[in-house]
Ligand binder design. Structure first.
Ligand code: HEC
Ligand code: HEC
Ligand code: HEC
Length: 122
C-alpha cells in the first residue's frame, strides 16, 4: 500500500491547529505528540486491547502509558492526525526489523536499571 508521505517524515508548512479535540486534558505534549487520548478518538479498539497489559500500567514509570502512550511505540502522531492520507505514523508491518528493535529496545534494554526481568518474559 503506497501512501503519500513516508513514515515519520515531518509535515511541511505550519502545523494545523489540533484537528481533534481530546476529551480528556492531558499533560502538555511535546512538539509533534498528540497524546493517546487523541488516538483513541479513531482507534478506540487499540485503547481497549492495550488495557490490562503491562504496557498500560501508568503507575510503572517505565511503561509506555507513563511515557507517550501509543506514541512511545508509534512515534509522534500529530502529523498523522493532521494528514488526510493518514501517513506519518510508524507502521510495524512496514518498517525494518532494526527500526522495530530500536523502538522496543528503547525500554527493553539491558542497560536500563531494571534488569531483573527477562525479555521476552519466560
Ligand atoms: C482522525 C482519526 C485518526 C486519529 C485521531 C488517529 N488515527 Fe491512526 N489512522 C487513522 C486512519 C483512517 C488510518 C488508516 C487505516 C488504514 O490505512 O488501514 C490510520 C492508521 C494508523 C496506523 C497504521 C495502521 C496499519 O494498518 O498499519 C497506525 C499505527 C496508527 N494509525 C496509529 C495512530 C496513533 C498512534 C494515533 C495517535 C497519535 C492515531 N493513529 C490517531 C485515523 C486516525
Ligand atoms: C508497546 C508498543 C506499542 C504501543 C504502546 C502501541 N502499539 Fe500499536 N502496534 C504495536 C505493534 C508492534 C504493532 C504491529 C503488530 C500488531 O499488529 O499487533 C501495532 C499495530 C498497531 C496498529 C495497526 C495494526 C492493527 O491491528 O490495526 C494500529 C492502528 C495501532 N497499533 C495503534 C495503536 C494505538 C492507537 C495505540 C495506543 C492506544 C497503540 N497502538 C499502542 C506496538 C504498540
Ligand atoms: C516506553 C517503554 C516501553 C516501550 C517503548 C516498549 N515497552 Fe514493552 N514493556 C515496558 C514495561 C515497563 C513493561 C512491564 C514489564 C517490566 O516492568 O519490565 C513491558 C512489558 C512488555 C512485555 C511483557 C508483557 C507481559 O505480558 O508480561 C512484552 C512482551 C513487551 N513489553 C514487548 C514490547 C515490544 C515488542 C515493544 C516494541 C514494539 C515494546 N515492548 C515497547 C516498557 C516498554
Amino acid at each position: 500500500m503506497a501512501r503519500a508521505g513516508g513514515e515519520l517524515s515531518s509535515a511541511s508548512g505550519p502545523p494545523p491547529a489540533h484537528a481533534v479535540a481530546a476529551t480528556v486534558v492531558q499533560d502538555a505534549q511535546p512538539a509533534g505528540y498528540a497524546g493517546s487520548d487523541s488516538c483513541a478518538v479513531c482507534h478506540s479498539d487499540k485503547m481497549e486491547s492495550l488495557k490490562g497489559t503491562p504496557h498500560s500500567q501508568a503507575k510503572n514509570p517505565r511503561t509506555p502509558a507513563a511515557a507517550h502512550g501509543c506514541e512511545s511505540c508509534h512515534g509522534p502522531g500529530q502529523a498523522h492526525i493532521d494528514d488526510d492520507a493518514k501517513g506519518h505514523i510508524r507502521r510495524f508491518g512496514q518498517i525494518k526489523p532494526a527500526e522495530m528493535n530500536e523502538t522496543c529496545l528503547a525500554c527493553h534494554n539491558r542497560g536500563t536499571p531494571d534488569t531483573s526481568r527477562s525479555f521476552p518474559p519466560a
